[in-house]
Design a protein around this ligand. Structure first.
Ligand SMILES: Nc1ncnc2c1ncn2[C@@H]1O[C@H](COP(=O)(O)OP(=O)(O)OP(=O)(O)O)[C@@H](O)[C@H]1O
Length: 334
C-alpha cells in the first residue's frame, strides 16, 4: 500500500545543511497500524510530513497504491491528499468555528451539497461520541475532545490512510487510552491504514502491528511489534522497551557481580502460561535465581521477559539452555 524507497530530506538554513531523514526504506501494508518511534530530533515528523508532501522530499520515492506521489503535479497531489487524513499533537482546530463547522470545513472547501455535509458530519459526530458538543467551540473542549474533533475532520473525505503526528503526546494516560482505542476502531471498521509517529512506547505496545525505530534520520530497526518486544536488536529499541518498566535493565546487571551465567528469556503468550522454568530446575542439576521479570500485553499477544542467573556446571547449564530453546523460549546469554 505504502512503499517508501530511498527517501531523504535535507534542510538548508544559512550555511548549514541538515539531513533530517537519510535513505529511509519502508513497506506498509493496507490496514496496518504502523508506528515509527524515536527520540526528539530523530526525523519522525519530517518523515511523516513527506508522506503527504507537507514536506518535499529531497531524494527518493513514496509510492501509494502504485502511484509515485513525489512526481505529482499540484492538482493530482490535491486529489491524493484527500485520501490521506492527518491528525496532530496540538489538534490544529479553527478556534472561530464550532465543532460541527470544523468537521465540515474540508467538505465546504470542496463546495459539497449542504445536506450531504450535514449527514456526513452528524454521522462522524456520532462515531467520535461528540454529538452533544456539535455547537461548542474548541476552547470549551478538553484535550481528548479536541482530538476527537480533529479525528472526525480527518475522516470526512473518506481517506484510505490516516497519519498521526504525536496525536496523544499532549494527553493524559487515560485520554491517550481512549484515543488509541478510537484509532483502532477506525482501522477495524473503516479498514484504514494508520501511520503514526510517537516517542511513547506505550502507544506502540497498545496499538501497533509493526514498528520502525528511528535514530539520526535513519530507520535502525523494523519489525512486528511482537518481535520487537521479544527480541529488540538495537540499544535504542531496548531502552524504549525498558522505559515501560521499573525493572532492572540489562545494562544495569553487571555480570561480574554474579558467579553464575546470566540469561535473558523472552517468551510469547502461550509459553508464558507453562511452568517452563520450574520444569527446567527439576530436570537439570542447576539453580536459578530470578533477577528481573516483566510482561507486556500487546495487541494480539503478550511478550514476557525474565532475567535469570543460572548456577551449576557448564554442561548442565548448556543442557538447560537447550531445553528452553526447545520450548520456543528465546534465550540470550548476557
Ligand atoms: N524546517 C526545518 N528547517 C531546518 N531544520 C529542520 C526543519 N525541520 C526539522 N529540522 C531538523 O531536522 C531534524 C529532525 O527533526 P524532526 O522534527 O523531523 O524530528 P522528530 O523526530 O520529529 O523530533 P520531535 O519529536 O522533537 O519533533 C532535527 O535536527 C531538526 O532540527
Amino acid at each position: 500500500m505504502i512503499e517508501i524507497k530511498n527517501l531523504s530530506k535535507k534542510f538548508t538554513t544559512g550555511n548549514n545543511e541538515i539531513w533530517a531523514i537519510k535513505d529511509v526504506n519502508l513497506h506498509i501494508e493496507k490496514g496496518e497500524i504502523f508506528g515509527i518511534i524515536g527520540l526528539s530530533g530523530a526525523g519522525k515528523s519530517t518523515l511523516i510530513r513527506c508522506l503527504n508532501r507537507l514536506e518535499e522530499p529531497t531524494n527518493g520515492q513514496i509510492i501509494i497504491d502504485g502511484v509515485d506521489i513525489t512526481n505529482l503535479n499540484k492538482s493530482k497531489l490535491r486529489n491524493i491528499r484527500k485520501k490521506i487524513g492527518m491528525i496532530f499533537q496540538h489538534f490544529n482546530l479553527l478556534s472561530q468555528k464550532t465543532v460541527f463547522q470544523n468537521i465540515a470545513f474540508p467538505l465546504e472547501l470542496e463546495k459539497q451539497d449542504k445536506q450531504i455535509i450535514k449527514t456526513k458530519v452528524n454521522k462522524l459526530l456520532d462515531f467520535v461520541e461528540l454529538t452533544d458538543k456539535k455547537d461548542a467551540y474548541p476552547s470549551e473542549l478538553s484535550g481528548g475532545q479536541k482530538q476527537r474533533v480533529a479525528i472526525a475532520r480527518a475522516l470526512v473525505n473518506n481517506p484510505k490512510i490516516l497519519l498521526s503526528d504525536e496525536a496523544t503526546s499532549a494527553l493524559d494516560p487515560q485520554t491517550t487510552d481512549s484515543i488509541l482505542k478510537l484509532l483502532k476502531r477506525i482501522r477495524d471498521e473503516f479498514g484504514l491504514t494508520i501511520v503514526l509517529i510517537t516517542h511513547q512506547m506505550e502507544v506502540v505496545k497498545d496499538i501497533c502491528d509493526k514498528v520502525a525505530v528511528m535514530e539520526n534520520g535513519k530507520i535502525i530497526e523494523t519489525n512486528t511489534a511482537i518481535e520487537l518486544f521479544r527480541n529488540p536488536k538495537t540499544k535504542t529499541a531496548k531502552s524504549f522497551i525498558n522505559s515501560l518498566h521499573s525493572n532492572i535493565e540489562d545494562e544495569l546487571i553487571y555480570k561480574e557481580n554474579f558467579d553464575g551465567k546470566i540469561i535473558r528469556l523472552s517468551f510469547l503468550g502461550e509459553s508464558a502460561k507453562k511452568p517452563i522454568v520450574s520444569k527446567m530446575i527439576k530436570q537439570f542439576d542447576i539453580e536459578a535465581n530470578i533477577l528481573s521479570g516483566n510482561i507486556n500485553n500487546l495487541v494480539s499477544t503478550s511478550v514476557g521477559h525474565l532475567i535469570l542467573e543460572l548456577s551449576g556446571n557448564d554442561n548442565e547449564i548448556q543442557k538447560a539452555i537447550n531445553f528452553l530453546n526447545e520450548q520456543n523460549v528465546n534465550v540470550e546469554v548476557i
